[in-house]
Design a protein around this ligand. Structure first.
Ligand code: SF4
Length: 616
């Protein structure tokens, strides 16, 4: 039997735009309202509260519109995908409407009508929907070939019952999320509608679960049934099992299959996380590593305009942005000495691009630290800083990196990557280096013996294709250079981010997307990049602990004075002490190891005395 993916929409008539009424409908899980023709409710108020609407009145503002046979012969101004054709039994009229008005959905009244729409040879794609008032009707509609269900006033318990009874996968949608990608929606929807669209969906395009957890929130992660939330709707690619079976044989995942696996939701995520965990154990056993380091962000002044960056331009009104500051090279050195005294083996240097900085600043900084502390590993300067540094002193990237290496630079952080897909960068960080420039800096660095990490920031205005493109670019470089030491997924922290505050981004990835990102990084980069790191700064310790069972083997750095995530609103502290890391790792049933930056030296910390300064 073929298992289908059936979407559903939780819908009910709208009685009021009163705040108390809307809040209680939201909590119940309603995402869509039908509006009467003579409605007095404000469409704008519903959008702001996270609802979308359908109406039969083509003259009023709405997310989508019902059309009937009456529209034959008329010209409609609404976007065709936003039309839902209510079929009343006249097949010839239906063919006329399907061919000429090209609605996104057809809403049938009985299961007998489904067969007719399945048989139409239409050039445009549409989905077949039906209202289901009981589990029995829903099952009959699914068995007859419906793609989608309108569930009026269904409680979460009824939906879970349907999920449990059905042999198919049911996943929740909003009215608009499956119809448009983000770039398309940006062009089609007006500002408030676009914000509503972004905030009610997740990256995969399913309805966003209601949750008070988000990256950097500091609240406990959602209640999990294994790796996924108990209430998540389920989706898996029709090729899901075949892809995983093939991986068992080849130990390789191609990009087409990676994209299919990124679409997974609900209980099927468990299978992916388990496979990732198995692979982690074959490579690392029970060993979980971290590095003792200090982050030094020498300035938060920057002339770039990255839309997501709360660090250089977060709102002071939210008390997230520090006042403009610049640390002198002496202050940076002083902080490095302090880090050294606490046993840190690495300083991570990165910051805004201050208008007065040239490439000489970075070289001088490295020399200053190395003169004083030759053994300190300098993990510093994003590919953007390298690009800008080289161009301000009129040197090629290769020449400039060679000088930095000679001065004592150890490795490059893989930041400034954000999402390596220029379709998305255009709206996220248009004036920053492009994907290929980022890749070029990394390739040159690796070619002269400077290794680096690789990051991916996700959950803003990205899509699954951009995740795949990002992974592919990194793998292609790694196959040539073997210069990446680790992959670090960075969930987008939205609260203080300008792009979110302007209503132009999603509020970070959902918890299950975070699991998928780490687990699929482990699977896709198997035998290519061995280390997958979780960012405790954005995920909290409880989040990091779950990820240790789903592909992650490294927790990054202790990061005294982490400023960048905090500036975007993350609530987790500025530092996790080595003792806290040890306890966290042991709690997860793993063995803690301190490592150096390059993963070439390790110290088992299982039995370490808490009185001593821990050093690699
Ligand atoms: S992300 Fe970096 S380059 Fe972009 S605005 Fe912020 S500090 Fe500047």
């Amino acid at each position: 039997m073929t298992i289908s993916n059936i979407s559903y929409l939780r819908i009910r008539p709208c009685d009021s735009d009163n705040e108390i009424y809307l809040n209680s409908r939201y909590k119940e899980g309603t995402s869509a309202f039908t509006l009467k023709n003579d409605t007095k409710v404000s469409f704008e108020s519903l959008l702001v509260k996270g609802f979308q609407t359908i109406t039969s009145d083509l003259t009023i503002a709405s997310s989508a519109w019902f059309i009937t046979d009456d529209v034959i012969g008329t010209t409609l101004t609404q976007h065709s995908k936003r039309l839902i054709y209510r079929y009343k039994g006249n097949k010839e009229n239906a063919l006329e409407i399907i061919s000429r008005h090209k609605p996104g959905y057809v809403l049938v009244e009985s299961v007998e009508d489904i067969e007719f729409f399945k048989s139409i040879n239409a050039t445009n794609q549409f989905k077949i929907s039906m209202y289901a008032n009981s589990i029995d009707t829903a099952e009959k509609a699914i068995q007859s070939g419906a793609d989608d269900l309108f569930l009026r006033d269904w409680s979460k318990d009824q939906i879970i019952e349907l999920q449990n009874q059905s042999d198919n996968n049911l996943y929740e949608r909003t009215i608009l999320s499956p119809l448009f990608g983000i770039n398309e929606a940006r062009d089609i929807l007006d500002k408030t509608e676009f914000t509503n669209f972004l905030q009610t969906r997740n990256v995969r395009g399913y309805k966003r679960e209601i949750s008070n957890w988000y990256p950097g929130s500091g609240v406990p992660i959602p209640k999990l049934s294994h790796f996924s939330s108990e209430t998540h709707s389920d989706y898996k690619s029709p090729r899901f099992d075949q892809i995983l079976n093939n991986f068992d044989k080849t130990k390789k995942l191609n990009e087409v299959d990676l994209l299919e696996l990124f679409k997974t939701s609900g209980k099927h995520i468990n299978q992916i996380a388990e496979l990732a965990n198995e692979l982690t154990r074959t490579v690392h056993g029970n060993k979980v590593t971290f590095v003792k380091n200090r982050n030094i962000n020498y300035t938060n002044q920057c002339y770039y305009k990255c839309g997501f960056c709360g660090f250089s331009k977060g709102p002071q009104s939210l008390d997230l942005k520090e006042k403009p500051y610049t640390l002198s090279p002496n202050e940076v050195l002083q902080r490095t000495i302090e880090a050294h005294e606490t046993g840190a083996s690495e300083v991570c240097l990165q910051g805004g691009i201050h208008p007065s900085y040239t490439g000489d600043f970075y070289i001088d900084l490295v020399k200053k630290i190395k003169n004083e502390l030759p053994e300190m590993h300098i993990h510093g300067f994003t590919p953007l800083e390298i690009w800008q540094g080289a161009s301000t002193v009129n040197k090629t990237v290769e020449k400039y990196l060679t000088e930095l290496k000679a001065a004592g630079l150890g490795t490059l952080p893989g930041t400034a990557a954000e999402i390596l897909d220029d379709r998305i960068r255009k709206y996220l960080c248009d004036d920053k280096i492009t994907s290929s420039q980022w890749g070029y800096v990394m390739e040159v660095a690796h070619s002269i013996g400077i290794k680096s990490t690789a990051t991916i920031m996700f959950g803003h205005i990205d899509d699954l294709e951009s995740w795949v493109n990002h992974f592919k670019l990194i793998k292609n470089i790694q196959i040539k250079t073997n210069g990446f030491t680790e992959i670090v997924p960075l969930p987008f922290v939205h609260m203080g981010s300008p792009i979110f505050l302007q209503g132009k981004s999603m509020p970070g990835p959902t918890w299950d997307e975070i699991i998928l990102m780490h687990a699929l990084a482990r699977i896709y980069f198997h035998n290519v990049i061995d280390n997958i790191q979780a960012s405790w700064v954005k995920l909290g310790h409880d989040g990091a602990k779950v990820l240790l069972r789903s592909g992650v083997n490294d927790l990054g750095g202790t990061l005294i004075n982490e400023n960048i995530s905090r500036a975007s609103g993350a609530n987790h502290g500025q530092e996790t002490t080595d003792k806290e890391f040890i306890n966290l790792i042991k709690d997860a049933g793993k063995v803690p190891y301190l490592r150096n930056t390059l993963y070439t030296s390790f110290k088992n910390l299982e039995e370490i005395s808490s009185k001593n300064v821990i050093k690699i």
